[in-house]
Write a protein that binds this ligand. Sequence first.
Ligand code: ADP
Length: 179
Amino acid sequence: MVVAVYPGTFDPLTCGHMDIIERALPLVDKLIIGIYENPAKRPLFPLEQRARLVKEAVSRLPNVEVKAFKGLAVDFIHQVGGKVMVRGLRAGSDFEREFDMALMNRNLAPDIEVICLMTSSQYQFLSSTLIKEVAELGGCLEGMVPEHVAVALKERFPMPTKLATGKGKIKIKNQKLRR
Ligand code: ADP
């Protein structure tokens, strides 16, 4: 039985992550999504909320589990009896970092194999960091994050008071500017 782990910060989950999850799933018997605490990144959403958002997104998928973890990803993978680490690769931006991490992880745990899946082209530009920036400025997130994640982001960033665009809407604070 092949147990694979897809570790990440998922702050928050995007459709790019979901694409990797759905494509990794047929390759393994069980996929565990490991939500990494990652205090160094000072995540926007607390660990429990990130895990809840991922759980809701994968609830309809078979053979998927969601678990939060602290510490080294390879230690977590050993704890859950995994043999494979799944990662996603966007062109350019990810390769060097993922390559270094894969070699470091092989040093730490030679029994774990890292599998990188190439992003689907429609998600090449998607990152949790950009999603948070767009959400903070009130932009439309349709097709980029699952709907319940968009709701959580809206709650976290209520519409900016000055000028915000979202799905064609323009909100202007100073009503005198309107014709
Ligand atoms: P981390 O902090 O570990 O990079 P992320 O949540 O940002 O955590 O990403 C987890 C994994 O998903 C990483 O391997 C990252 O490269 C990959 N990933 C993130 N966004 C995308 C995307 N749009 N397409 C494919 N892979 C992605």
